[in-house]
Design a protein around this ligand. Structure first.
Ligand code: SF4
Ligand code: SF4
Length: 254
C-alpha cells in the first residue's frame, strides 16, 4: 500500500476507466493485506491516528512508528511498525477487522488504487492520477462490482485526505531541494520541520511558546480554526515551513 507523488512510468493511469473490486468479510483473503505491510504514514495519517487513539503525537510516534527512507534523500518518511508477533499483523488489526477504520491511513483507504499527483498549468494546480494495483493475493478484483475512480474517491472519503496530502506533496517537493543549509541529516532545521509535519502536539506547544500566530497576518476565523483543529494547524505548519525555510509568500508578516 503506497501513496506516491511521482508518476509510475510503467503503468497507465485509470483516468475515467472503471475497475472491478469489492472487499468484504466473505473474501478468502480477508485481512491478508493487513499483515506484514510496508505502510507509509503521511502527516495527516499520523494526526488522524493519534487522535483516534487519544495519544499525544510524540507517544504515537514512539509506540507505533519508525523513520524510514523517503522519496528523496533530504527528508525521511514515517513508517508504521507491524506488531512483532506471528504473521506480523498491523497493530490496529483486531478480530473484527480494522480498529481505526474511520481514521485509517491514506494508503489503506486508497487501496486497491495508488494515487500520484503532478503539478499542472501556470498556477501549478495539483492533478491526481490513480493507478490500479493488482496483488495476486487480493481476491477483491475477482468480485462482480464495477467502480469508477470518482465513485471510489467518494466511497472512501478520499477528498478530505487528498486535500492535505496535496499540500504535503508541495512541502515534500520543497524538502527535496535540500533546504537545510548544509546542516545535513537530522540537523536543527530538519528536526524542526519533522516536528511540524509529524508531531503536531509538539508543534502546538511550539507555536504558542513562540507566538507564531501574532507574527503573520491571519484573519480571526483562520486563527480560531488553527487554535482548535489539528488539520488546520498542520496546514498552517506547512505554510510556515515554506515561508521560513523557502522564503515563499505562503504567509504575510504582520
Ligand atoms: S480483497 Fe484485497 S483488500 Fe480486501 S481483504 Fe482481500 S487482500 Fe485485502
Ligand atoms: S490501518 Fe487498518 S486497514 Fe490499514 S493495514 Fe492496519 S488494520 Fe489494515
Amino acid at each position: 500500500m503506497t501513496e506516491t507523488t511521482s508518476l509510475p512510468d510503467d503503468r497507465a493511469p485509470l483516468g475515467k476507466r472503471s475497475f472491478t473490486f469489492r472487499c468484504h468479510s466473505g473474501v478468502s483473503c480477508y485481512l491478508v493485506c493487513c499483515h506484514k505491510v510496508e505502510l507509509r504514514l503521511l502527516p495527516v495519517d499520523v494526526l488522524r491516528l493519534k487522535n483516534a487513539l487519544d495519544l499525544h503525537s510524540a507517544r504515537f510516534l514512539d509506540t507505533y512508528a519508525r523513520v524510514g527512507a523517503g522519496d528523496h534523500p533530504f527528508f525521511p518518511a514515517v513508517m508504521l511498525n507491524m506488531a512483532d508477533i506471528e504473521g506480523f499483523p498491523c497493530p490496529f488489526l483486531d478480530k473484527e477487522g480494522c480498529s481505526v477504520y474511520k481514521d485509517r491511513p491514506s494508503a489503506c483507504r486508497t487501496y486497491p488504487l495508488e494515487r500520484a499527483v503532478e503539478k499542472t498549468g501556470r498556477r501549478g494546480q495539483m492533478k491526481s492520477h490513480y493507478f490500479l494495483t493488482n496483488h495476486p493475493y487480493c481476491k477483491g478484483h475477482a468480485e462482480d462490482h464495477q467502480l469508477t475512480v470518482r465513485q471510489w474517491e467518494r466511497d472512501q472519503h478520499l477528498h478530505e485526505y487528498n486535500l492535505v496530502n496535496d499540500l504535503w506533496a508541495e512541502v515534500d517537493a520543497f524538502f527535496a531541494l535540500n533546504p537545510w543549509e548544509g546542516e545535513g541529516q537530522a540537523g536543527p532545521r530538519q528536526q524542526l520541520a519533522f516536528m511540524v509535519c509529524y508531531n503536531i502536539d509538539a508543534f502546538r506547544s511550539y507555536y504558542k511558546q513562540h507566538n507564531l500566530l501574532t507574527e503573520y497576518r491571519i484573519d480571526r476565523q483562520r486563527r480560531r480554526r488553527i487554535e482548535n483543529d489539528d488539520v488546520e494547524l498542520l496546514k498552517f505548519g506547512f505554510d510556515w515551513l515554506l515561508h521560513v525555510l523557502g522564503d515563499r509568500s505562503t504567509l504575510i508578516p504582520a
